[in-house]
Design a binder for this molecule. Structure first.
Ligand code: PEP
Ligand code: MG
Length: 600
């Protein structure tokens, strides 16, 4: 932590940078089922205000419980409602209230901490008494404590829907369904205590251009709601109460980043080809049909991955064939004749739709009932989507891709269902592209091993390195305990990509990549050196990738790939890649920035 002069002390917290950008604003703590207990000192002259907060939280808690009691009494029975009488008694417990007040006065800490301390003492005391009736009292106190803490937070805590003004969301974790509801104008940045760099919520934030940090230890208890913070999504730091010096310094960083971006954007209309004239197709990854104009403006020459489950998560239900058809047509038309690859439903893992997972408690959801596995079990849900996709294929260059294929049998079964869906449309005389291309995502290690077989039954491949990395290295992509082990530069991942590319080349089918590393500049030379000519990337990074492609020589990149394929140390691979990029690109950027400064 660092400190500097100023009214409030400045603190610097570190997490992992997962989505670039800098944001400055007020903290909005995302409320959770379990309330957080913030802990911060208060000045002597703030003690009365803390006690005031306590009193008004007691009042609103009492009101809530009374309302609940009335509701339960009318909908259930008076005896069910009496449980709340016990809760109301807790709120009238003089000892609990007075002890909390004196704890605030003596410790000079905030009310949440003091109240929770006192309440936990009572809970422990009652829990240890060998009398079931008295033990029950511990539960009453626990329940009321939770409710009161939530109300204390209520002044400043919001859930996303309650986010009325722009702010920086700080949360224990963010789910993809929450991220799907992000309003880019309101959510200036996202900071979470948990999660990995390729969790789907992070991917969504990145694609919306929202800076994000994950793995910021105890963020929700250390960063007070409503406080002023600066979030640096490049370095993974959060500055609480930034001083004017810090804001100035970050202002300069932002100016430099903006200038570099202008350099990248200046080449949007130039061909995406290497120095020796080899074309590289740059596609975009998208999560919804909104904002197609922005996607086209990024310079994307098509959509390499449309994660269709966004539609399901947003509505929290299974959209009808018509709703899906409209969404897909919007994308196809939005891309005005360019190719659009739409992935069939990839629910499961960190993307849960409660309705879809009824009665299912999975210990390892990423290894469980996910993606094509779900679709092959729920054939009707799958076929609704297939029909919508097929019908949309009549409107432009639409291709279909299946996620998480782990072997030939799944691919063949999915293709069979696709044939059935086609037949159903023929019966109804509904138009679709009879020759719609169907691809396979290669993102499971077993699929790598049988890539040659899969290639015979696929029109194209797309390598999903986000999952390939997690499954190949057995590192859950959203588990912060093992985030340090998640490394797409691991030789096992790099060599797998080579196997897949070779298999596709032998079968003469196109192969692309749509994992997040396709949009990370450090990997661009390696991916091209391995032979890939189609990269599907997060739209915000697309201009940068194009700039890099245009400054690379295929021979150099093939030598780089050969060196990397022979290397067995992931850290060394990272260094090799970083050095290569710096050597080839840094001088160009320096020169371009100098020209920009000189006003050329
Ligand atoms: C991948 O796994 O690399 C991929 C692109 O799919 P997702 O991130 O949606 O799992
Ligand atoms: Mg995947």
């Amino acid at each position: 932590m660092s400190a500097s002069s100023g009214k409030k002390q400045e603190y610097v917290f570190r997490g992992i940078a997962v989505a670039p950008g800098v944001a400055h604003g007020k903290v909005c703590l995302l409320a959770r089922a379990e309330p957080d207990v913030p802990s911060y000192p208060v000045d002597e002259d703030q003690v009365d205000a803390e006690i005031g907060r306590f009193e008004s939280a007691i009042m609103s808690t009492r009101q809530q419980i009374t309302n609940l009691r009335t509701e339960v009494s009318s909908k259930l029975s008076e005896s069910e409602a009496q449980i709340f009488d016990a809760h109301l008694l807790v709120l009238e417990d003089k000892a609990l209230i007075e002890e909390t007040v004196s704890e605030i006065r003596s410790s000079l800490y905030n009310v949440e901490l003091c109240f929770n301390r006192v309440a936990q003492r009572y809970i422990e005391f009652f829990s240890n008494i060998e009398d079931n009736y008295i033990k029950e009292r511990a539960n009453d106190i626990r329940d009321v404590t939770r409710r009161l803490l939530k109300n204390l937070a209520g002044e400043d805590h919001h859930d996303l829907e309650g986010l009325t003004e722009a702010g920086i969301v700080v949360a224990p974790d963010i789910s993809p369904s929450e991220a799907a509801l992000f309003d880019k104008d309101k959510v200036l940045a996202v900071v979470s205590e948990h999660g990995g760099a390729t969790g789907h919520a992070v991917i969504m934030a990145r694609s919306m251009g929202i800076p994000a940090i994950v793995n910021l230890w105890k963020a929700t208890s250390r960063i007070p709601a409503g406080s002023e913070v600066l979030v640096d999504g490049y370095e993974g730091t959060l500055v609480l109460n930034p001083t004017s010096d810090t804001l100035f310094r970050y202002g300069e960083i932002q100016v430099r980043k903006d200038s570099i971006r202008r350099v990248f954007l200046s080449e949007l209309e130039k061909p995406s080809e290497t120095l020796d004239g080899q074309g590289v197709t740059l596609f975009a990854n998208i999560e919804s049909a909104d904002d197609m104009k922005r996607i086209r403006e990024s310079g994307a020459r098509g959509i390499g991955l449309f994660r269709s489950e966004g539609l399901y998560l947003k509505s929290n239900d299974f959209p009808s064939e018509e709703e899906q058809y409209e969404e897909y047509v919007k994308v196809v038309k939005g891309m005005a004749g360019m190719p659009v690859i739409i992935r069939t439903l990839d629910l499961g893992g960190d993307k849960v739709l409660p309705k879809a997972m009824i009665g299912l408690e999975e210990n390892n959801p990423f290894m469980g009932f996910r993606a094509i596995r779900f679709c092959l079990k729920h054939k009707e849900i799958f076929k609704v989507q297939l029909r919508a996709l097929l019908r949309a294929s009549a409107q432009g260059d639409l291709k279909i891709i299946y996620p998480m294929i782990s072997g030939l049998a799944e691919l063949l079964e999915a293709n069979l269902l696709l044939e059935e869906a086609k037949e159903e449309l023929r019966q109804k005389e509904q138009a679709f592209d009879e020759h719609v291309e169907v691809g396979t995502m290669i993102e499971v290690p077993s699929a790598v091993q049988v890539a040659a077989d899969l290639a015979h039954h696929s029109d194209f491949f797309s390598i999903g390195t986000n999952d390939l990395t997690q499954y190949m290295l057995a590192v859950d992509r959203v588990n912060d305990e093992v985030a340090h082990l998640y490394n797409p530069a691991h030789p096992a991942v790099v060599r797998s990509m080579k196997i897949v590319i070779d298999a596709a080349n032998v079968a003469k089918i196109p192969v692309g990549i749509c994992g997040e590393i396709a949009g990370e500049s450090i990997y661009t030379p390696l991916l091209l050196g391995l032979g890939l000519r189609e990269l599907s990337v997060t739209p915000v990074t697309l201009p940068e990738i194009r700039y890099i492609v245009r400054r690379m020589d295929v021979g150099d990149m093939e030598r780089l790939a050969k060196q990397v394929l022979e290397c067995s140390d992931p850290d060394r691979i990272q260094n090799i890649l970083q050095d290569f990029l710096t050597e080839k690109i840094e001088p160009h950027i320096k020169e371009a920035l100098a020209k920009l400064k000189a006003g050329e």
